[in-house]
Write a protein that binds this ligand. Structure first.
Ligand code: HEM
Ligand code: HEM
Length: 192
């Protein structure tokens, strides 16, 4: 598998980052949603869920920075031939919003925890010390919590739209957009 992108397919590095992050993001969203409602009479599991959420969240922040850095050095596959201008614009905007969410959600999560009443230092995965850049501040914490919560809801909507669009490409249009992001030997129509 070629590692680098070309103008008509994604390379192995981009595909791996896309799918690895997709799995981890769905995991972070799921844990984020369940940890809050976890019964208070099981504080050990609840604390573990929070720790896991925050650790994977910080890792996701690192990964999106790597992904954006890598993308800036690479060719980006062109939209399928014959697609409408409006569809291309919609795809570009929704991909931009997905990237913005992938950046802003972990940043606001981190700032929320940073401005919270931290009793103990935060070691991501129990290993990497993540310093708190802000001291405890209830107002700021509330603002970051609200932003984090609202952004995650918008992100879920964006992901659903994205998946539906990918399914349309794969099942209805059959224009190679799905197969060029998937692994395997099938080539895009452009490559014959
Ligand atoms: C891309 C990464 C992340 C995703 C997808 C994500 C997603 C979520 C979701 C869905 C919730 C539940 C929101 C709700 O109850 O309405 C949540 C809550 C939370 N997240 Fe994240 N999060 C991410 C990164 C982070 C990071 C990096 C931190 C901190 C270092 C963090 C800290 C928290 C905390 C403390 C809550 C509980 C908020 C509350 O008490 O209401 N998150 N997150
Ligand atoms: C769950 C979180 C996901 C996120 C945040 C995400 C994000 C993205 C982004 C930002 C791009 C554009 C890549 C770029 O321009 O650099 C992309 C492309 C793509 N995604 Fe996702 N994705 C996710 C999940 C999925 C899933 C579940 C599917 C399939 C069912 C999928 C199918 C695709 C396909 C086929 C492309 C290629 C589009 C093209 O070549 O023009 N994605 N994704």
């Amino acid at each position: 598998m070629a590692l680098l992108n070309t103008t008509n397919r994604w390379g192995g590095v981009s595909k791996t980052l896309h799918w690895l992050m997709a799995v981890m993001l769905v995991g972070a969203l799921t844990v984020g949603l369940i940890m809050n409602d976890w019964p208070d009479d099981d504080p050990v599991t609840k604390a573990r869920l929070y720790h896991m959420h925050q650790s994977f969240g910080m890792l996701l922040l690192l990964l999106v920075l790597v992904r954006l850095g890598w993308r800036s050095t690479q060719a980006v596959p062109a939209p399928p031939a014959g697609s409408w201008r409006l569809t291309r614009r919609a795809a570009a905007i929704s991909h931009g919003l997905l990237y913005a969410s992938m950046l802003l959600i972990p940043v606001t999560g981190y700032l929320m925890v940073s401005s919270g009443p931290h009793a103990e230092p935060f070691y991501a995965f129990g290993l990497v010390h993540v310093p708190f850049l802000i001291g405890p501040n209830e107002t700021l914490q509330g603002v970051f919590r609200l932003t984090h919560d609202v952004l995650t809801k918008l992100f879920m909507v964006l992901i659903i739209i994205h998946v539906l669009a990918a399914m349309k490409h794969g099942l209805v249009n059959r224009d190679g957009v799905w197969s060029r992001m998937w692994f395997g030997r099938r080539q895009t129509p452009d490559e014959g």
